[in-house]
Ligand binder design. Sequence first.
Ligand SMILES: *[C@@H]1O[C@H](CO)[C@@H](O)[C@H](O)[C@H]1NC(C)=O
Ligand SMILES: *[C@@H]1O[C@H](CO)[C@@H](O)[C@H](O)[C@H]1NC(C)=O
Ligand SMILES: *[C@@H]1O[C@H](CO)[C@@H](O)[C@H](O)[C@H]1NC(C)=O
Ligand SMILES: *[C@@H]1O[C@H](CO)[C@@H](O)[C@H](O)[C@H]1NC(C)=O
Ligand SMILES: *[C@@H]1O[C@H](CO)[C@@H](O)[C@H](O)[C@H]1NC(C)=O
Ligand SMILES: *[C@@H]1O[C@H](CO)[C@@H](O)[C@H](O)[C@H]1NC(C)=O
Ligand SMILES: [Zn+2]
Length: 680
Amino acid sequence: MSPSKFALVASLLLASSPIAYGQTFQRLGTCPTFGCVFPPDQADFLAGAYFDVRLEVHAPVNGSEATGNPNPNPNFTFTIAKDGQRGRPTNAATLFGVREPAVETWQFGWYEDLFAQDAKTKSLVNVAGKAYRRVSLNEPGTYTATLTYNNGQKTEARWFVRDIPSRRRAKNVLLFIGDGMTTNMITAARLIAHKSVNGKYQTKMALDSFPILGHQMTHSVDSYITDSANSATALYTGHKSTVNALGVYADSSPDPFDDPKVETIAELFQRYTGGGVGIVSTAFIADATPAAMTAHTRLRALYGQVVNSFLYGQTNWTWTDWKGPDVLFGGGAEQFYPNKNSFQGQDYYKLFAQEGYQVVNNATSLASIDTAKRALGIFSVSNMAKWLDRNVYPANLRGKKSAPNGDGGDALDQPGLKEMTLKGLEVLTKRHRKNGWLMMSEAASIDKMMHVLDYERALGELLELDDTVKAAMQYLEKTGQADDTLVIVTADHGHGFDVAGSVDTKYFDAQSGDRKKRGAVGIYQESGLSQYTVADPSRGADANLVYSSGANFPANWDPRYTLSQGVMQFPDHKEDYRVKKGGPRVPAVNITGFPSGEYFASYVDAPTGILINGTLPVSADQGVHSLTDVPVFSKGPCQELFGGVYGNIDVFYGMAQCLGLSRPGKNGARPPNHGGPPSY
Ligand SMILES: *[C@@H]1O[C@H](CO)[C@@H](O)[C@H](O)[C@H]1NC(C)=O
Ligand SMILES: *[C@@H]1O[C@H](CO)[C@@H](O)[C@H](O)[C@H]1NC(C)=O
Ligand SMILES: *[C@@H]1O[C@H](CO)[C@@H](O)[C@H](O)[C@H]1NC(C)=O
Ligand SMILES: *[C@@H]1O[C@H](CO)[C@@H](O)[C@H](O)[C@H]1NC(C)=O
Ligand SMILES: *[C@@H]1O[C@H](CO)[C@@H](O)[C@H](O)[C@H]1NC(C)=O
Ligand SMILES: *[C@@H]1O[C@H](CO)[C@@H](O)[C@H](O)[C@H]1NC(C)=O
Ligand SMILES: [Zn+2]
């Protein structure tokens, strides 16, 4: 097309469309026009996987988009055409083989920019919408879904049903997620935990032994920085989503449970194969990364409902046939014992037990569970204790009131990621040797400790993940499952972390004034060598300072020469470049005399440190996620699917392909709930 012709077309398009392209504040993500189709343009699908379709027609009442007609016309039509011989548009309900849904109406408000937000001036929008529930596209190919609204306006979505072979190549998938983990963090963890001689490592990380390395791009469907909810959704469903959304595309309606859902790999795997599902995390178990395995809501913070969904499936998601996980291990007792944080105040320990789960609450009990039975293990209130506190500074576990029965006592006998993952693998192996299993194991506090700028704890969590990966691979070898199991280690997003040199903490402490203290940072040749891999006798009198597990953790967490490390955007904080022995760091606090939502450097966090003024909004008390691609390590059947650079959703399509979960067939015909006897 010539430039002049293009300009003409572009101006015609602009004349008939609202102006909300490329804004950071959106009326509704993925919907720049007044006609919205979910799944949106460019969505990919697995043949046979269930999803909902949501249509919305928007009529702005006021604000910059107002047209003078605030009444959405409910007479819209929706057709789907498949490219190729039978390319005629077909009414969607006919194609899906479902009844035509009824029209619903509602209103929502949004801020058009920061000025409107400051002034609390929302633009209002009236909506007429429709939802087609529990449908699937079964014939691979490219489709054009067309919403025709307001007497002839059109929103077209191109949909791609991937042509994926249905032959199952792996019996099991073990998916490790280092939440927030980047290549830079792996590099730093290796440096503090593995000895090198003249620039050559003498040992390496378990991750370093994986044959295939890829990079996934983590962008959301409607923002380039993701959170863990929508990135987990992408990894488990093959659909990108919106910040805070789990297993749905976020629509504009008030009900957080009616958003258009997409089926997760856990649901698909159980529906087709009857195999076992394990969910393990060091976070509170209702947190986004474990939650996205079974929950379908656009609000990740509805933690009670998330836990309910682990057991019963999403109650309002009637068609998944979800039977519960075989293994559910983590923290987050506050959604289990009866209290205001558990769904409808119910006792979920009791409800799980009623469904035949054995319930354990400490590491000792976990070690001796009956691996023939399903197991729920909840080991603390909130997030579990960090590796560094459990192993090096155990006094920090006291006084936290995190006992999993909620009685305000301490949870002193918590397992780590390794103990939970290995026990989970034993259960899955025992119960599902024949049909196979799928486990997601999350090192959650890499992210959580990066958020609070507690780099030592974050790297400790990363090294625990690596140690867990090593032990899990040994277990798979020992039990003869290594050739049948695809092992993936990846992240859901990163943080802008890196190391630029070393810090001489003794010189740092001896200087007065922040500008002088900065002279303690050693760059280039003065970065020197890692002191973390050798125990420092001059500091060794305190046994707590020295930890040598023989498993490639630092021998000394508190050497004189530490790392000059940090993240690229942060709140106000003080920095002294050394391990926080009293427990996880709190870098910024609100102070009396200022609005409670404004944060300042905490002077007890690093009393002798230098003041670093923040670069984030003053409402931030933590660091934030960043843009970086994240690594994907793979080993086992189908490992080759994970090399190269691709989107986060491709991790789902790779796992689904390997497990034989693509079920091509004829559109409108339901794939069978169980694919007959396991095809493996
Ligand atoms: C739209 O109307 C509502 C209700 O009158 C009002 O509160 C809001 O400030 C208006 N928004 C704009 C952008 O004018
Ligand atoms: C929608 O269609 C119905 C039936 O054809 C008609 O009665 C109604 O006036 C239409 N509404 C609008 C807003 O066009
Ligand atoms: C089901 O949806 C209703 C409203 O649509 C909501 O009140 C309820 O909490 C949901 N139930 C669960 C278990 O999520
Ligand atoms: C672990 O849990 C069991 C079962 O509730 C209990 O009997 C035991 O005392 C607990 N052990 C520790 C160390 O807390
Ligand atoms: C800090 O914020 C918390 C939570 O919003 C609030 O409860 C507390 O009162 C605030 N403290 C100060 C000093 O503003
Ligand atoms: C930090 O910011 C404050 C103002 O908020 C300013 O007075 C101070 O000089 C800054 N300090 C540094 C070290 O940049
Ligand atoms: Zn995070």
